[in-house]
Design a protein around this ligand. Sequence first.
Ligand code: GDP
Ligand code: IMO
Ligand code: MG
Length: 429
Amino acid sequence: MKVDVLLGLQWGDEGKGKIVDVLTPQYDIIARFQGGPNAGHTLQIAGDKHVLHTIPSGIFHPEKINIIGNGVIADPYILSQELAKLVIKGVDPRVNLRISKRAHLILPTHRMLDAAHEQALGEGKIGSTLKGIGPCYTDKTARYGLRFGDILSSSFIDKYNQLKQRHLNILKSYNFDHLVQLIDKISFAEYEKNWFAAVEELRSFPLIDSELFINKALAEGKTILAEGAQGSLLDVDFGSYPYVTSSNTITAGVCSGLGIPPSAIGKVFGVFKAYCTRVGSGPFPTELNDSIGESLRDHGKEFGSTTGRPRRCGWLDLPALRYAIMLNGVTDLVMMKSDVMNSFDTINICTGYEVNGQTVQDLTFETLSNPVTPLYASFPGWKQPLHGIDDFGLLPQRLKEYTAFIEKDAGLPVKILSIGAGREETIIK
Ligand code: GDP
Ligand code: IMO
Ligand code: MG
């Protein structure tokens, strides 16, 4: 069998978590392949809201195995808090969650370094989620990192102290006083204590060679869905660098993040909102700093699932969408949140950019590095609630036309349309 992939085509928060939960019944295994607790994936099941950061979004289906793959980085403390929340909700993750021994550990000092880097950047800050993502992936590539498999070793504490000391030396050069800084409103010492308690708890958790587990499952005919975090425009190679995250968020990341060959990739579900959002700094050609942008934020409840920050909002950007579709080899489009624009009189879609008097159709190094003027096609709004619609044919004609325009431009069908946060508010064509 193949590994299907589901990932974001914009700047994250497209609604990946919801769709993974909806598709999970079709798969045996759900696996996260990159990113860490910078992610916030929201599921709404029977009116109850759950936000997952490190744990795959198939976890509410007890008969399905969920894997935190080798490409993921995880903070044991944040993970243990997530696990505890699931237990309160009646889910026992010990039954169906597995963690790769090769997944890297985010240390408390990685979070300190993240804060120090951001502080030093001042106005030019990336707008990181401050979960230690950049510093942890830096240590991974620099070959200093610690992995989940290491927590089983008797020399773990020595390795931890060595890496911590390295971080403290760097923090000193930033004039960043680690002793007085708080993480998540608690002192460093307290965070470190909680972190070690979490490591202790995870020592008895199913830690596995996930690449062997996954390849064996494929050979046995099992079906796997790889769940992306962040979005294609936050990819470290192809996103709006340096305002990106530190991992490969695109389909290519699935191979290295789970240990599967490219020939094992099957369908690629590309998830996008019917408009655009971004949280953190960096270019956003179609951003609306006006009442329409505010209206998108209000109706779409566009506040970060991880940090609570207001998300920047704007119109759908087709050059950016085409670019993401190309990078990922998308086979099936998934359009989210069209319901947010139910009351809009006019809806715009960016079809290209004007740069120095020239029209440009592609997202390029230059269009992502310099100010550009978006060129828009305008559509009349459908001005109709979508609640209760469960068939594509019953959607308002104007929404069908809006969708058809995107499909024609992308050269791909929209196979799933989400019209609300709830599991059931999903139309599958
Ligand atoms: P993810 O990071 O890609 O999983 O997305 P987030 O969970 O960060 O953000 C998506 C937000 O939109 C969440 O609050 C979801 O509950 C919500 N949501 C998902 N799909 C829809 C939809 O079709 N309509 C509306 N109104 N909200 C949605
Ligand atoms: P999900 O999986 C939206 C953004 C941050 C910042 C940049 C770098 O929920 O879609 P980092 O903490 O990774 O160093 O931050 O990337 N960012 C996200 N934005 N959704 C996410 O995840 C994000 N993860 C990181 O806001 O601009
Ligand atoms: Mg999110």
